[in-house]
Design a protein around this ligand. Sequence first.
Ligand SMILES: [Zn+2]
Ligand SMILES: [Zn+2]
Length: 347
Amino acid sequence: MRSLVIHRPFQASVEEVATPRMEAGWALLRPILTGICGSDLHAYSGHQPFVRYPVIPGHETVATVVEIGEPDIAGSLPPNRWSPGGLRPGLRVTLDPAVPCGRCYSCRMGRYNACAKQQVIGVHKPGAMADFVLARTDCLCIVPDHVPDSVAALTEPLSIGRQACERGRIGAGDWVGILGAGMVGLSVLLQARARGARCAVVEPVEWRRILARDLGAEITVTPEAVADGLGDWGEDGHPTVVVEAAGRPETLALALNLVSSCGRVVVLGFWPDEIRVPGPVVVGKEVNVVGSRLHCGTIQKTVAQLAAGALDLGPLEPAIVPLVEGPEAFEALSRGELEVSKVLLRA
Ligand SMILES: [Zn+2]
Ligand SMILES: [Zn+2]
């Protein structure tokens, strides 16, 4: 089968590799559209700490079920995982890319997304930028027929935003400051708006600020403009929740400075370096700082939102590129040359 392989930083090609062999508890899928994620770009540029080369990336996919393996009687399903009923070849599915151990403390308490032993499809396991991919049946979610491929392919990034909203207990009455308007920040924006929260977006790049405004951000500003807070927006200029979606060490300090007293800070970005945290701010404001990782049962909830039209994707149009042109798309995205929030590869 054809597959996009990253051999080492800035070295990707589409080549023939062996089709994956079926295992009990897994299903063979034929990807239709697969998104290039920020973490895939980090793997491409050598900044993804969990990746081992060579890697076949791709964890944001809508795919067709080709074959379903024998049931995995030994495998235990952690709470919040699910096994879709009625799974059969020919159905369209999307997936939760995490394969948790099912036995550790986080798995047992239903937070399998923080399992330290988890394997992630497209990071530790071969991903979906290929003609075929294997995925656990208990991570699949059937996509209703009326949801277009290009929308279903956004399930995973939109679920990242939903998980962040759940971790930050974002609801109506909250003022949410979102740092970064890449796909992750926009996903938080859409999900927070769907919960009735008011949103401000802090983003240095102009076309991303314009897109955030079009997607419902009440104000959009550059990082330099928020040193003294957000003027008369928020609680005396301060958001009740700040979501760090830029993945830069300095933005966490900005988040802690910007958030209101008794506010919450949700950290989505990860980076290899240590973070300097202003202790007096954390204690003085009595801030709750929480991490948000992947998805904890939020994939199927996001599919339900998309099926019900509960997320207004507006001008969030992904660009669709053939798989064979994937390496060029990686290169252009890593240089920041494409003014598009999401590139989907068509296998
Ligand atoms: Zn992703
Ligand atoms: Zn575990």
